[in-house]
Design a protein around this ligand. Structure first.
Ligand code: MN
Length: 739
């Protein structure tokens, strides 16, 4: 749709406005050159409109205005900005531009066209190509600056885009363009890009923070006035002409702080900084200006206490992007730390607009511009140094591109770990020992399981227990190869110790029973437990999964089968009698000199209610005056009292029968509430063939989960097995058997 006369007039107005704001256009020739670019662009885009319905040319004019007034570039950049979309969107070619405006403008426009292509690619390739592109093109840094201006205008007018595009463009802006602006020292553009980006990616947070900034405005202004007053006086007294003002932090930087430290708006203490910008005559040397910074700082410290750890001296050593200032943090009224930034007018200008605004611009010449050259040199060096290529990525803070996330320790130190890491990765990253004993974590002060994925800005405290050992399941959620290998190593070390232990236990038992078993017997033995390797058998024995008592009978049986094949197992067993006679075989009084064997036939015993022993527990019996045996656990305190006074009543117990009877035990469970936790526990109990339950009680307070379960088990082996499997359930941290 062709432009109306009204629109034409409006466009001319905008153009005049641009020329007025372009302080660097000095000669008629400059203005004629820019006019020529405007006319070509206006003609080329005359039939195009933006999504908002406005004439398209409004966009290049706006970009050129940003380039001229907000970055402070000259005629080539302004002309290139006007032409920046011509090659991409119309029939004109780079050759056409070169013919009309010369090779420099042509190469800038070509560069701008290329950047757009690169940023349309998928994220993984973007960064590498972007880097390569910057390497090859940074000799004309204007390309990047114009691109930033282009993006800034697009962000300012993003409302007219469909929502899905808004989010893509906005996140790309905070990930790629804002860090780039920072790198080039274009702080006000960087800040605006970040704020606009947040506005579209997270409108709720953006609006909330903006609202709170407004609500607290009056109080803050009052505070700032009170804070500034004595500073103004001391500057006046010392004849330093300066502007002192409070400067609000950007919405985005407040939001970042809230995210990073996991705090509400009210807890962000440094919502503003104070800026002291001193005037100086034009002929003042840079050194003189720096001296003034230090002088002002010493005057300030006469008024306020300063924080010795928070002086940032970018006067002595300016940032690579040209930023110069002296930052000092002082203790203001009401015990609040306040940051003061001290700069000369020129330093302030550079900080706001970037070093480009101070280039001693000379048409057609390159090389006699120290500011520009050092900036370009610096960028090229960063980009070409392969070792620092990571720093480059880091500087870009690209959540979608970066491979690292920043995690805060409870003390507020930052640890970088790979993206996608879970709590267990972080635990091993701190120390192998911390990893090996980790039971859970507090992520942002909330309990979290070891499997939880971490995100940049999380504050993580690892909870450990000396009783904890590495679990094979950890391998399912450990993300880094390093963590996995550390877990495997620990598991292996753990296992081989247990294998050794099992082997020794086995040999000791063999000696004790005076048996002689060969490798074939061992095979038979382990097959009884459905185990298909000797190592695994010794491991289970050493780690207590198979109890010594469990193998005694079978070992004896195997030995007896070898010696007297005709004898049945029990016959042989009784004959051997473990070296002791058995009370069950006799009538009459139970003697403490014999072993009291509990089996299905034996009725003369009861289980102590103080310690509720079950088969498999280490137990002894107490012989009552009524010729009964009360079975206690060996470590039962009540038994210890009895044994001390009635040693002659204590009898050794052999628990022969494990079958046919169930014993009641109660267990306590502790953990972190986790989706499906109760379901997984109840499912486990129902699946265990040898276990029944008549009472389940679960409770959750905050994130902490506790449970009490009444179980019926046949022996300790069943119970231990159940407890072990319960500990494998995600969220379960501790399972204890109640006494
Ligand atoms: Mn554009």
């Amino acid at each position: 749709m062709a432009l109306t006369a009204e629109e034409q007039t409006y466009i001319e107005q905008l153009y005049d406005d641009l020329i007025k704001s372009a302080k660097r256009l000095k000669t008629d020739e400059d203005i004629a050159f820019v006019r020529k670019a405007f006319e070509l662009a206006n003609e080329a885009h005359s039939k195009m409109r933006r999504k908002s319905g406005e004439p398209y040319i409004i966009h290049p004019i706006a970009v050129a205005k940003i380039v001229a007034s907000e970055i402070g570039l000259g005629r080539k950049a302004i002309a290139s900005a006007l032409l920046h979309d011509v090659v991409e969107d119309t029939d004109y070619t780079v050759a056409d531009i070169e013919r009309m405006f010369g090779p420099k403008i042509a190469s800038i426009v070509e560069g701008l066209t290329k950047i757009s292509t690169i940023l349309d690619q998928d994220a993984s390739k973007q960064i590498e190509n972007f880097r390569k592109m910057l390497m090859t093109m940074s000799e004309d840094i204007r390309v990047i600056m114009i691109k930033l201006a282009d993006r800034l205008h697009n962000m300012r007018t993003l409302d007219s885009m469909p929502e899905y595009k808004q989010v893509k463009i906005a996140s790309e802006t905070s990930n790629v363009y804002a860090p780039l602006a920072e790198r080039l020292g274009l702080y006000s553009i960087k800040t605006e890009l970040e704020d606009l980006s947040l506005k579209f990616t997270n409108p709720i947070a953006y609006n909330e923070i903006s609202k709170k900034i407004n609500e607290t405005q009056i109080d803050r202004d009052k505070y700032i006035d009170d804070f500034i007053a004595p500073l103004k006086k001391i500057m006046d007294d010392n004849d330093i002409k300066c502007t002192i003002k409070g400067r609000m932090k950007s919405v985005y930087s407040i939001w970042r702080k809230m995210q990073k430290q996991n705090i509400p708006f009210e807890d962000v203490y440094d919502l503003f900084a104070i800026r002291i910008i001193f005037d100086h005559p034009d002929d003042i040397t840079d050194d003189k200006a720096r001296e003034t910074c230090y002088r002002i700082m010493s005057l300030i410290t006469n008024v306020y206490e300063y924080h010795p750890d928070r002086i940032r001296d970018w006067v002595k050593k300016p940032k690579p992007n040209g930023y110069e200032a002296l930052h000092v943090t002082v203790m203001g009224p009401q015990g609040r730390w306040v940051e003061i930034q001290i700069r000369s007018r020129k330093m302030d200008d550079i900080a706001e607009k970037g070093i480009a605004s101070h280039w001693k611009y000379k048409t057609g010449e390159k090389g006699n511009n120290p500011g520009l050259n050092s900036l370009i040199e610096n960028m090229k060096e960063t980009l070409s140094n392969s070792e620092s290529s990571f720093d480059f990525l880091d500087d870009f803070k690209l959540d979608i591109f970066t491979k690292e996330i920043h995690i805060f320790t409870p003390k507020g130190e930052i640890v970088d770990i790979p993206k996608g890491s879970t709590v267990i990765d972080f635990a091993y990253d701190i120390h192998t020992d911390v990893g090996n004993h980790a039971i859970a974590a507090k992520v942002n002060h909330k309990m979290a399981p070891l499997s939880q994925t971490l995100y940049s800005g999380d504050q993580v405290e690892i909870l450990t227990s000396r009783k904890q050992t590495p679990k094979i399941e950890w391998l399912n959620f450990a993300m880094s190869a390093r963590t996995k290998s550390l877990i495997k190593k620990a598991l292996k070390a753990d296992k081989s110790t247990d294998i050794d232990k099992g082997q020794r236990m086995f040999e000791k038992k063999q000696k004790e029973l005076n048996l002689c078993l060969d490798s074939k017997d061992i095979r038979h033995l382990r097959e009884k437990f459905d185990i298909n390797s000797d190592d695994e058998f010794f491991y289970q024995l050493g780690s207590g999964q198979i109890k010594e008592n469990d193998i005694t009978e079978i070992m004896t049986m195997l030995d007896s089968q070898k010696n007297t094949k005709q004898d049945g197992f029990f016959t042989k067993f009784w004959k051997l009698g473990m070296g002791k006679s058995n009370t069950n075989t006799k009538d009459g009084k139970i003697s403490h000199k014999d072993t009291f064997v509990i089996n299905d036939a034996e009725k003369r015993f009861s289980l102590a209610t103080c310690c509720n022993p079950i088969p498999g527990d280490e137990v002894v019996g107490y012989i009552t005056p009524t010729n009964m045996v009360i079975v206690h656990k060996k470590d039962c305190p009540e038994l210890k009292g009895l044994a001390a006074t009635h040693g002659e009543k204590i009898v050794t117990i052999e628990w022969e029968s494990y079958k046919g009877k169930s014993y009641e035990v109660q267990i306590n469970i502790e953990g972190i509430d986790h989706l499906g936790l109760v379901y997984n526990i109840t499912k486990l109990i129902s699946q265990e063939a040898n276990v029944n339950s008549n009472m389940l009680h679960f409770e959750t307070k905050g994130e902490i989960f506790t449970g009490k379960i009444n179980l019926f088990v046949q022996n300790k082996y069943n119970l231990d097995n159940l407890i072990r499997r319960m500990l494998e359930i995600e969220g379960v941290i501790k399972v204890t058997r109640c006494e």
